[in-house]
Design a protein around this ligand. Sequence first.
Ligand code: PLP
Length: 357
Amino acid sequence: MRPARALIDLDALRHNYHIARQRHGGHILAVVKANAYGHGALACAQALSWDADGYAVAFLDEALALRKSGIKTPILLLEGVFDPVELLEAAHRGLWPVVHHPGQIEMIAKTALPVPLRAWIKINSGMNRAGFSPDDARRAWRQLMASGMVEECGFISHFARADEPGCGATAQQILTFDKATRGLPGARSLANSAAILAWPDAHRDWARPGIMLYGADPMPGEGNGLIPVMTLESQIIAVRNLAAGEPLGYGARFITPRPTRVGLVAMGYADGYPRSAPDGVPVAVDNKLTTLIGRVSMDMLTVDLTDLPETGIGSVVELWGKQVSVNQVAQAAGTIAYELLCNVKRVSFVWNSEQPV
Ligand SMILES: *Cc1c(COP(=O)(O)O)cnc(C)c1O
């Protein structure tokens, strides 16, 4: 069997969840959208089911998959519902839709729901992506409560720059949100991972940690004690010795500067390792650090084994995990850990846990 694997450490997931809980307090919705950022939504949700107050996903189908697997706690739909059929299903299954534009209020008012809904009004506090303008928050709330279909209504907003500690934009978003919702009853939810870790002022009734659960610090180097959950690994499947001055791989991007021992790894961009990764990105081979050399191809990539003579065919290669930080790979490849993690595919997934789930 091809040795490309994603090992998912569910104990690390629980550890990170507890850090979110400790740092924020209150209730915690574990964000498991996009297949739990590529880690397997069902396995991750199950692993957290003793701890999590609830979950957040992007849309209905992601929530229904969790319900089918036996998850009974609240599930927030971050994008809300898209049509009345979805709205009915959401009400029926006890899901919590975000309401972020007037069309969704109209839909709720016009649909005869079997059970009253718990909804969350999204306020655009400055990101300018989704949500009601601060001036419209009160009206949205009145309309929703007047619809007779909503028994409880919370308020939610999202930060554009929470991963920049000390950034005035986040402080301003918090002020804007508080002003828009002042005096209105209902729960509040502001903090994503970065705000949980860096913005105590943003801590409210419910937090929404995503990336930190998976052990990638949104502010790398802050020492927040997160443990990487995914190890993306494979093996050396061939070794070749090249003289100095020889080209390696597509486009001959890498020319050997010295006699070089090259390890061929069964992992490529079709598995989710970024093609944009430059020469020099760290990899660990049999627990020792070395570097990627040559362009990443669809199924394979090449690493420098010159200084690791004891390695060879069958040596284990960690592309990211507990030795090579996914943040470091992402930064070198011009992207963020979120994108790398949720793009992992085609490899075999192995979920590990010491604790029964
Ligand atoms: C994805 C998402 C989150 C989680 O963000 P992280 O940065 O991964 O913690 C929280 N809130 C909303 C609205 C989101 O879309």
